[in-house]
Design a binder for this molecule. Structure first.
Ligand code: GLP
Length: 256
């Protein structure tokens, strides 16, 4: 895993945008695995600015998102389809027909899982962007006894529901289930860009880089992927610096 440490949130988002810009420039019809959440927001904003001001072209890019809340239609303001349309697809000129997000309202959820899985396998991501949740989830793959291979329905952990509840105001029910691509689906990506920022991610970042590779912290599987770059800000890397500076050294020298 290649680590890039960002001094602050502005640098974090710029470095992430630089990374994506380079890949899109090299391959205009890139298949891009997208993710939602707070971590990539600044990057999407910066990419939108570069599209508007510098003509960064996304018109041939295809996207596949990792997950969607079960029960929310794509028109719901907290759905991941809505987030992506607002923050990435429209501001960057990506036609909806080039984008894929699992349906949270399919009548037959198992059929939807199979459909989405087949789609992902037919269009493996050239670059998969990921964040990590407090429980160590990637996509919405929560801690389990074994790594989930394919697209499936997941029961969200209470810690995840609590973290997501800040986005649901006015007494709305926070979804407790989601449809997510599997770990096996994610590991098919040719390249992965992992974005981690903020003090609340310091503990999980420590587990990610220094703990055992285990389905109890699903993101640790990324250490077995051969082409991962993690952009981590100073707040998130703080515990690793404090408790295991030698591990940072090993990552820097390419030993890990
Ligand atoms: C969310 C998403 C994930 C995301 C993660 C971290 O709930 N389902 O795909 O990567 O949790 O989100 P954030 O960046 O807001 O911490």
């Amino acid at each position: 895993m290649h680590l890039i440490i960002a001094a602050n949130s502005e640098t974090f988002s710029k470095l992430a945008a630089d990374f994506v810009e380079q890949r899109v420039t090299d391959r205009p019809n890139l298949c891009l695995g997208t993710v939602t959440g707070a971590s990539p927001e600044g990057m999407y904003r910066e990419l939108a600015r570069r599209h508007a001001e510098n003509g960064l072209d996304f018109s041939e890019v295809r996207t596949i998102n990792t997950d969607e809340y079960l029960g929310l239609p794509g028109t719901h303001p907290q759905s991941y389809r809505f987030y992506l349309e607002q923050k990435f697809f429209r501001p960057c000129g990506i036609p909806s027909s080039h984008t894929a997000v699992p349906s949270g309202t399919a009548e037959d959820t198992l059929k939807e899982c199979a459909r989405y899985e087949a789609f992902c396998r037919a269009h493996p991501a050239d670059l998969q962007i990921l964040g990590i949740g407090h429980t160590g989830h990637i996509g919405f793959n929560e801690p389990e006894d074994c790594f989930a291979d394919k697209t499936h329905i997941v029961d969200l952990q209470q810690e995840t529901i609590d973290a997501n509840s800040v986005y649901f105001s006015g007494g709305e029910d926070v979804p407790t289930q989601a449809i997510t691509v599997g770990i096996g689906t994610l590991m098919q990506a040719k390249e992965i860009l992992l974005l981690i920022c903020g003090a609340s991610k310091a503990e999980v970042t420590y587990k990610l880089l220094c703990g055992p590779v285990t389905p109890k912290v699903p993101g640790t599987i990324l250490r077995f992927h051969r082409n991962v770059t993690a952009i981590i800000d100073e707040e998130a890397i703080a515990l690793v610096r404090e408790r295991a500076p030698e591990v940072l050294q090993e990552y820097a020298s390419g030993e890990k």
